[in-house]
Design a protein around this ligand. Structure first.
Ligand code: FES
Ligand code: FES
Length: 156
């Protein structure tokens, strides 16, 4: 099997890894770097649980070959705390009941933060459309959307 040297910055930390070119970014984050906050749901690009930011854009890491992202800046859910505390979206998810089993939550946090970065005051329809690639089996989405809208209202 072919292995190549891949440099990745993950949550600001530099990593140099010899990787099988068939390994996904999700594999590398979880199995090589021990960042278990990025969840493996479908492993097929359908559920959004594995969403991370790649050079600032939300992407499903199960669909990315890590070797293609040599030199990229990756941010995972472990990297979005605010001074070591939950950020405003994470707090809103807790306060609004947008977390039940929590399996989908890291993906919603990463995609929700990307939305708020792109569009700080999204409408409810825009929020629902943006998050449509993230699946949740527990909440029915109303509380998650409410949490994102609440975080948007709280941002300066
Ligand atoms: S695990 Fe990647 S989209 Fe479901
Ligand atoms: S809170 Fe359980 S899948 Fe979303």
């Amino acid at each position: 099997m072919a292995k190549i040297l891949v440099s990745l910055s993950v949550n600001g930390d530099p990593h140099e890894l010899y990787l099988d070119t068939r390994r996904t970014l999700l594999d590398v984050l979880r199995d090589e770097l021990g960042l278990l906050g990025t969840h493996r749901g479908c492993d097929a690009g359908d559920c959004g649980a594995c969403t991370v930011h790649v050079d600032g854009l939300p992407m499903t890491s199960c669909l990315l070959l890590a070797a293609d992202y040599h030199g990229a800046q990756i941010t995972t859910v472990e990297g979005v705390l605010d001074d070591g505390k939950p950020n405003s979206l994470q707090q809103a998810l807790v306060e609004k009941g947008g977390i039940q089993c929590g399996f989908c939550t890291p993906g919603f946090v990463m995609n929700g933060l990307a939305l708020l970065s792109e569009k700080p005051r999204p409408t409810e329809a825009e929020t629902r459309a943006w998050l449509s690639g993230n699946l949740c089996r527990c909440t029915g989405y109303v509380k998650i959307v409410d949490a994102v809208m609440t975080a948007a209202r709280q941002s300066p």
